[in-house]
Design a protein around this ligand. Structure first.
Ligand code: NI
Length: 137
């Protein structure tokens, strides 16, 4: 195929069998699946660079009755309003809130904001997912 380079890969038969099951589940072929894995690894390496411009989502679950948590989370978010592009707040039950933030900025500053929010007392669970603003080909 034009624009593509063919190369050989060797691996243990059991590893290949498991890979093929994953490939089949996703409706891919081996080449498509390998390209996705390579892209994923490149994005992961990119977002490790501190100054790299990244986009991310931060998911948090917290109890809004826990002390002054809701106020604290709000003031942290206002401090970083330039990096926080959007927020969604869902009231899960009378006490529990789910918040998803969309962030954009240098990787290290996005991580600091996430650490400040997730480290606030009363945040039960959360996760930051970063990705590159420029997807590899
Ligand atoms: Ni709520």
């Amino acid at each position: 195929m034009p624009g593509l380079v063919r190369f050989g890969v060797t691996m243990e038969p059991e590893l290949l069998a498991r890979f093929d099951r994953l490939v089949a589940r996703r409706g891919h072929n081996r080449s498509e699946a390998l390209r996705d894995l390579v892209r994923g690894a490149l994005v992961e390496a990119e977002v490790e660079e501190p100054d790299r411009e990244v986009v991310g989502t931060l998911t948090m679950v917290f109890d809004h009755h826990s002390g002054d948590l809701a106020e604290k989370l709000d003031s942290i978010q206002h401090e970083h309003c330039r990096q926080i592009v959007a927020t969604t707040h869902v009231h899960l039950d009378p006490h529990t809130c789910l918040e998803v933030l969309l962030l954009r900025g240098p990787a290290d500053s996005i991580r600091l904001i996430a650490d400040a929010l997730l480290g606030a007392k009363g945040v039960r669970h959360g996760r930051l997912v970063l990705t590159s603003t420029q997807a590899p080909p």
